[in-house]
Design a protein around this ligand. Structure first.
Ligand SMILES: [Fe+2]
Length: 449
């Protein structure tokens, strides 16, 4: 087991009173496994990855599983697997991180599992493997959760799953937390925010700039990314578990860590890899998620296409929808081509004012949102909902018999919420504040024409 110590961070201990009550320090309280979550390392039809955390005193973890039965008397069918474990000292002490990738499962089957060791075990929870078939299903997308995660970010996760308990997985577009190398106020809020949902519905996530040690740089994805999650190691060699893909039934979900974009070698490697993944795919739909939006939409950012060669690649392969975040606003539109449909969204409470780029066909600010994405072989139905359940945006992409994609927005959507963020006047330069109303009017007029 590797022991690493994170430098600095002592001051954050002072903040520990703000974390959820069920998060104790690593060397106190019962050593119960927690931050338990499902994800995938290999095929969703035949495998399931589970990862969790224990206190300093519990260095070894085990997972037990069995095919689920209504009878609680399944003890004779339990299979036990020893976890791969690693440890890290972060701002709240030393924790042990454990992962098991259960393989050899049957498709479309319900399994029960628990994690722990000795007499400290989690409750039994269930997961269902993918069918590998073509029947319709849905998944949920979340933009940045990032700040006030437990207090307000949590409601996006809960409301999405209460409205969609049959979602097959949750996809996070990065900046799930504000400081990816810290637990207090960050991962110690994020996992309790989803509570038991993470134990029952798998997570796929792409790293945001805030999951890196320095949020301004694409270098050094925080160790806690690799320890908290178990993602496929099918990306470029130096980008494992950050740039990767998951094939779920007839769709491919691609996570690109384009926070590394400014490094030329990384950029080339990710581009080549992405092109190969698009070229080889023979299923029905590809979804690409990366944290940085294709164009900057926050009002205090410089507009412009961030990843021009990737944009061309997406157009060439007719990627239907790009799912992104970072801007802390809602924006949906096209950029000089019929596809992709670019989506920028935000799940958490931190909001920006918007700049009304020409590409935007529907905008939203001062909103917490999540997306339901309904998939069937020839149709994608995208619904953006607010955390109080209003349908904020709704469109369909249908592939006709010739293979052509057709895009249609639902009529009579609710009026756009374009309320500038709280403290707009203080957070933004005067000219950006003064020009807001005129820009908003021009945008509304333009979109009516
Ligand atoms: Fe963010």
């Amino acid at each position: 087991m590797k022991i690493r110590t994170y430098p600095c961070l002592i001051i954050f201990i002072l903040a520990s009173c703000t974390q959820p009550a069920n998060e104790s320090r690593s060397d106190s309280g019962p050593p119960l496994p927690h931050h338990i979550k499902l994800s995938w390392v290999t095929s969703p039809a035949t495998s399931q990855a589970v990862s969790w955390r224990t206190g300093a005193r519990v260095t070894q973890g085990y997972l037990e599983y069995a095919e689920a039965t209504a009878s609680p008397f399944f003890q004779d069918d339990i299979i036990q697997i020893k976890a791969q474990s690693d440890s890290l000292t972060s701002d709240d002490g030393l924790w042990n991180y454990h992962t098991v990738n259960i393989k050899g499962l049957k498709p479309n089957s319900l399994y029960s599992y628990r994690v722990g060791s000795d007499s400290s075990w989690s409750e039994w929870s269930e997961f269902r493997t993918a069918t590998g078939g073509l029947e319709p299903f849905k998944f949920i997308y979340f933009g940045d959760v990032q700040r006030d995660i437990y207090s307000l970010g949590s409601r996006a996760i809960r409301q999405a799953i209460l409205a969609n308990p049959d979602a097959k997985f949750m996809l996070y577009g990065g900046d799930m937390v504000h400081r990816g190398a810290l637990n207090i106020e960050n991962w110690n809020e994020f996992f309790p925010a989803g509570g038991w949902i993470f134990k029952n519905i798998p997570t796929i996530a792409t790293p945001g700039n805030h999951e890196h040690v320095n949020a301004k740089s694409g270098e050094d994805l925080a160790d806690l990314w690799y320890l908290n999650f178990a993602f496929p190691k099918n990306g470029p060699e130096n980008h494992l578990e950050e740039t990767f893909y998951v094939d779920y039934n007839n769709i491919r979900v691609i996570s690109l860590n384009l926070c590394r974009y400014k490094f030329k070698e990384d950029r080339k490697e990710i581009y080549k890899w992405t092109e190969s993944r698009l070229k080889e795919f023979t299923g029905d739909w590809v979804f690409i998620t990366h944290h940085y939006a294709m164009d900057a939409s926050a009002r205090n950012r410089k507009p412009g296409i961030r990843f021009p060669e990737f944009k061309k690649l997406y157009e060439r392969y007719q990627v239907p929808i790009l799912l992104t975040g970072h801007e802390h606003v809602y924006a949906r539109g096209r950029m000089g081509a019929d596809f992709p449909i670019y989506v920028v969204s935000v799940a958490g409470p931190y909001q920006n004012a918007i700049q009304f780029g020409d590409w935007i066909e529907r905008a939203g600010t001062s909103l917490q949102l999540y997306q339901e994405i309904h998939v069937s072989p020839d149709t994608l139905h995208y619904v953006a909902k607010t955390v109080v359940g209003e349908v904020y945006d709704d469109f369909t992409i249908i592939r006709d018999k010739s293979g052509k994609l057709n895009f249609k927005v639902k009529d009579n959507l609710m009026p756009e919420s374009l309320i500038p963020t709280i403290n707009f006047g203080e957070r933004y330069d005067k000219e950006l504040v003064d020009s807001y109303e005129a820009d908003k009017e021009a945008y509304l007029k333009r979109n009516k024409e």
